[in-house]
Design a protein around this ligand. Sequence first.
Ligand code: FE2
Length: 212
Amino acid sequence: MFNKILSQTLLKSFFLVILILFTLLTLPSNVFSQDSIRLNENKQIEQSCELTPSTVQGPYYKENSPFKQDLAKGTEGDKLVVSGKVMNFNCEPIKGAILDFWQADSQGEYDNVNFNLRGKVISDVNGNYTLKTIFPGSYSDGNLVRPSHIHVKAWIPENPGNPSLVTQLYFKGDPNMDQFVKEPLIINLNEKNGTKYANFDFVLEDYRVFGN
Ligand SMILES: [Fe+2]
């Protein structure tokens, strides 16, 4: 009798061991790769780029501006070239991002009828863009004297949700800085052969990195 109970217990234990082994072998592999997931997350955090801050759009945006090589063709003013990269929050370059610029002329006037000093630029295969324009004039908005600035709306057409950044670029040393200015939006100017040059990198929301 005792032997029978013992053999039944051994048999049950044997099947239990087999069941445990089978369960372990058939678990999804990602159960064992939590560390690597954590590593990847840490890697993303280490590589993250700060999103370009937004600021007010203002009242002078016009939709459907054309793609242009030179925003200021034929418009008088100090020549200005702004260039840089468009990146995502992993600091990877983005091709095909649309940068829709608009600005005042050297007298601080916007063209609200046509598309002078308004136009879209697209980032190239390495995420690079170049904006050729003139230096914008300061203007008065009610009691507020605005610093020289270039407005921009930026987006990535294929990005899920298609979020757009609305912001403005400012220039270091401007005496009229106001409450809409944010420090990361202030750019340095260099001058060479009568043309001002500035560098600015955009960091946009891009949810394609999550594989959507
Ligand atoms: Fe403006």
